[in-house]
Each structure stands twice: as structure tokens, then as C-alpha cells.
Design a protein around this ligand. Structure first.
Ligand SMILES: Cc1cc2nc3c(=O)[nH]c(=O)nc-3n(C[C@H](O)[C@H](O)[C@H](O)COP(=O)(O)OP(=O)(O)OC[C@H]3O[C@@H](n4cnc5c(N)ncnc54)[C@H](O)[C@@H]3O)c2cc1C
Length: 331
């Protein structure tokens, strides 16, 4: 049996059976709002897109209950329902949606090469990367126990549910300062839990936090655990850990917000695609174009600033239009 040996794949030892090589016009990687929106537009433009969903079919929103800020759902909608609607809409126009994970990429020549599940090679004229970003968590058991019951990694998404209540934000960088400031406009009290005795946030953001009366910074505090019967009712902290002044502090709160950063899911593309130091894919401002012609990026994987479903969907639309224009230029 003939064996195809893809060149320059990160997993060089990989041999892919020639029967497992497929040529497509437009490949979309990821099934969040960005990927599905790209699939809707690409299908309607007759690009016959093939979309690989990745492990998390429907993306991050499938891990949440209420989505109240996506336009078009006046009564709100659950994340999984909304993503099912996105999928159905893409399928209605003929998008070929498949379960599979992109495990390697080679953008050194044309067509572009993407390996799926380590055993199938897709040759694509245009590739849209919509692999999202993953919020970082502290890694304590309680984060899982109270997921959707008081623990959140997105103040813009969930802050509204804590109007007039007391919340805590964990982190000391710009994101934490921004999230705390945002929540201070909604909540009665915001505790900012900072591990060190300084903030890493920009001077301007620090000033904002320090000048906001209902934000209290808890310097040199670390999170040990969360407690509560049917949701988060409080957080247990250790103060000045490892010093003679070490102390255990219990704080009553209604919501617990992680703001310790995100990891963009861009690792397998980094040999070819320019990213910022965190790993967010760089795009030409106002477009979805990456540094490689024919490779486009949409959604959270290229967005360190907004990370919302509606912005991800908007950039998925841009990516499909950019891909369509690129492909028509190849003819
Ligand atoms: C708990 C929670 C609640 C939220 N609530 C809201 C809200 O109320 N409103 C709002 O606007 N936003 C909300 N967000 C943010 C919103 O979910 C994201 O901004 C949005 O989902 C980003 O869309 P995306 O398409 O870029 O990526 P994602 O939704 O992250 O989707 C990424 C997709 O890429 C796939 N993927 C990753 N790696 C690979 C690979 N190697 N191969 C193939 N596929 C891959 C994944 O399986 C997934 O399908 C929330 C986020 C979370 C975590």
C-alpha cells in the first residue's frame, strides 16, 4: 500500500495512508461561534467548507448555562442550545461538519496541509483557524464543583448576574484590573485577590482600581478553597503564606471571577503563523489575514481584547469573506 509522507509536519515520524488524504477548498478548524459563522458564510458563498469541530463541539459556550448578551435571543438562551442553532444553520447551507482534531499543520507551501487525528491529511487552498482560547484556572477542585454556580472566567459574560452582590476577582494583571473595574459598576463590593504585594497591571489600570471606592485589594492573599451549599457563598484565603504573619481568612462572597489569563489554542500553527508573546494569532488589523496567504484566523484565538461570542461570530464572517476573495483570486 502506498504511503504518503507529509513534509515538514511537526510529527515527522507520521506516515499517512494515501487513501487518507483529501483535497478541499476551504477548511475551517473549530466549532465555536467563529468557526460555525465562517461555515455559514463560506457555504453560502459556495466554498463547500469542511469544518472539524475539535474535542469541544460548539466551543466554550457549551460550558455555560445562560447567554443573555447575544443579539437575536430576547429571552436569553442556553449556551449549548445556541451553539446547536449555529450548527444547524451552517448545515442548512451544506457545510460538511465533522468530528476531529487538527493535530499538526504545515503552511510552508500550497496547498496548505493540516493533519486530522494524526491519521488523515487535509490539503486545503484556504484554512480558517477558529480554535478559540482557554481560560486559565487555579486548578483547585472547587472551581469544577462550582462551575456555573458562582465561578466564572468572564466578567463581561456573567457580571450582570451579580448586580448588587459581593464578588472576588483573582489576578494582578491588566485583565484582573479590567474585570474588577467592570464589576465595580455592577456589584456592591469587589475584592481583588492579589498573590503579590504589587499589581502587574499598567499604571493607568492600577490607578483606576485604586481610585474605585468599592474595590478592595487583598494583597498577598492566595486562594485555598471555595465554600457554599448550593453555590459559592465564600472563599477561603491564606494571607502572607510562608511568613510568620501567615493567616487563614474566610470571606463571604456570591461570585468568584478568575482573571489570570487565557491560553490561545494556537500551538500547532506556531511554526508558520505569527503570534504575540502569549500565543494569540496576529492578524492584519481590520481583517482575518495572518502572515501566511490563504490562512485566516477568527475568534478568540486572535483576540486578546474582547473574547465574546458576538465578536467571535463577527470575525468568523470576516474570515469567510476574506477566504472567498482569496480563493477567487487563485482562479
Ligand atoms: C463559561 C463561559 C461563559 C461565557 N459566556 C459568554 C456569554 O454569556 N456571552 C458571550 O458573548 N461570551 C461568553 N463567553 C465567551 C465565549 O464563549 C467566547 O468568546 C467564544 O466562544 C469564542 O468563540 P470561538 O469560536 O473563537 O472559540 P471557542 O468557542 O473557544 O471554540 C473553539 C473551538 O475550536 C475547537 N478546537 C480547538 N482546538 C482544536 C483543534 N486542534 N482541532 C480542531 N478543533 C479545535 C474547539 O473544539 C472548539 O470547538 C463565555 C465563555 C465561557 C468559558
Amino acid at each position: 500500500m502506498e504511503i504518503f509522507k507529509p513534509m515538514n509536519l511537526q510529527k515527522e515520524s507520521q506516515n499517512i495512508n494515501i487513501e487518507n488524504v483529501e483535497k478541499v477548498g476551504c477548511l475551517i478548524i473549530g466549532s465555536g461561534p467563529a468557526g460555525y459563522t465562517a461555515a455559514i458564510y463560506a457555504s453560502r458563498a459556495n466554498l463547500n467548507p469542511v469544518l472539524y469541530t475539535g474535542l469541544q463541539m460548539g466551543g466554550q459556550l457549551t460550558t455555560t448555562t445562560d447567554v443573555e448578551n447575544y443579539p437575536g435571543y430576547p429571552g436569553g438562551v442556553t449556551g449549548p442550545e445556541m451553539m446547536e442553532d449555529f450548527k444547524k444553520q451552517a448545515e442548512r447551507f451544506g457545510a460538511d461538519i465533522r468530528f476531529g482534531i487538527a493535530t499538526a499543520a504545515d503552511f510552508s507551501g500550497r496547498p496548505h496541509k493540516v493533519t486530522i487525528d494524526d491519521n488523515k491529511l487535509i490539503l486545503a487552498d484556504a484554512v480558517i483557524i477558529a480554535t478559540g482560547a482557554t481560560a486559565k484556572y487555579l486548578g483547585i477542585e472547587a472551581e469544577k464543583k462550582y462551575a456555573g454556580m458562582g465561578v466564572s472566567a468572564c466578567a463581561t459574560c456573567d457580571g450582570f448576574f451579580y448586580r448588587g452582590k459581593d464578588v472576588a476577582v483573582v489576578g494582578g494583571g491588566d485583565t484582573a484590573a479590567e474585570e474588577a473595574t467592570y464589576l465595580s459598576g455592577l456589584c456592591r463590593k469587589v475584592f481583588l485577590i492579589v498573590r503579590r504585594n504589587v499589581l502587574r497591571a499598567s499604571k493607568a489600570m492600577q490607578q483606576k482600581v485604586l481610585n474605585t471606592p468599592n474595590i478592595e485589594i487583598l494583597w498577598e492573599h492566595q486562594v485555598l478553597d471555595l465554600f457554599g451549599e448550593n453555590g459559592v457563598e465564600g472563599v477561603t484565603l491564606v494571607k502572607k503564606k510562608g511568613t510568620p504573619q501567615e493567616d487563614i481568612v474566610k470571606l463571604k462572597i456570591d461570585g468568584f471571577f478568575l482573571a489570570i489569563g487565557h491560553t490561545p489554542n494556537s500551538d500547532i500553527f506556531k511554526n508558520y503563523i505569527e503570534t504575540d508573546p502569549v500565543g494569540y494569532i496576529k492578524t492584519v488589523p481590520g481583517t482575518s489575514k495572518t502572515n501566511v496567504p490563504g490562512v485566516f484566523a477568527a475568534g478568540d484565538v486572535q483576540d486578546p481584547h474582547y473574547r465574546q461570542a458576538v465578536t467571535a461570530a463577527g470575525s468568523g464572517c470576516q474570515a469567510a469573506i476574506d477566504a472567498e476573495r482569496y480563493l477567487s483570486g487563485l482562479k
